[in-house]
Design a protein around this ligand. Sequence first.
Ligand SMILES: Nc1ncnc2c1ncn2[C@@H]1O[C@H](COP(=O)(O)OP(=O)(O)O)[C@@H](O)[C@H]1O
Ligand SMILES: [Mg+2]
Length: 243
Amino acid sequence: MRAKGIFITGTDTGIGKTIVAAAVARHLRKTGFRVGVLKPVTSGAVVLDGRLASEDAELLRWASECSTPDRIIAPYLLREPLAPSEAASREGVVIELGPIREAFDNLSSCHDFIIVEGAGGLLVPLAEHLLVADLAATLSLPLLIVARPNLGTVNHTLMTCECARTRGIEVLGVVINGQSAQPDAAEEYAPRLISKLAAVPVLATLPRCSDGDEKNIVKTLTNLIAQQPLAARLITEASHDNP
Ligand SMILES: Nc1ncnc2c1ncn2[C@@H]1O[C@H](COP(=O)(O)OP(=O)(O)O)[C@@H](O)[C@H]1O
Ligand SMILES: [Mg+2]
């Protein structure tokens, strides 16, 4: 039986993967699921309370209430905010699938649903012959693609979908994140074009929040997710027995 979970990727870095992953985690937790979170590779790790930490993993932990140790939730911590393969080689580290797979299996053994946040987009290099897409394919999880709302997003989202499909990765759907209060024409038609041309559902459109506090943004988006098709899709994924 396939482990239950999703792999959250983006059409770019800084697109809202962590915020959306945290909102998804919080939504499922509030619905009663035991949610595990995994940030396999962090570049730009920071020192928090005297230890190296992943800020993304910290937010995901808060949202999911997952109590698994840091070394499992965030197995690769790299200091430099660079492409992971580059940050790793500068520290003499080689990122491999084995430890990530192990962390995933560990999380799967004590949670109902695992949310994995990738790094950057699908073709970001993790090592010389290893891309984020290879990791998503290895974990066999369906993909949730976070995309920006404005002009250019149709191209980036279709490219991400095509990239996933050529590697046999299932695309669950797209979340458009950061829509402005007064969407322009490009923001209006993007969801329609994406769902038509990529033949994937746009499962949620989430607004750009003005609150600077990330936990408050996550709380707001959690409430909004509950009213969008994403909520039902997540419950189906988390509940049904996969083959
Ligand atoms: N819907 C939103 N409203 C306001 N700020 C957002 C929203 N989504 C993301 N952000 C902010 O944008 C930045 C990048 O988001 P993040 O989730 O860290 O992206 P990624 O994980 O893809 O690199 C963060 O500062 C985050 O707080
Ligand atoms: Mg992130």
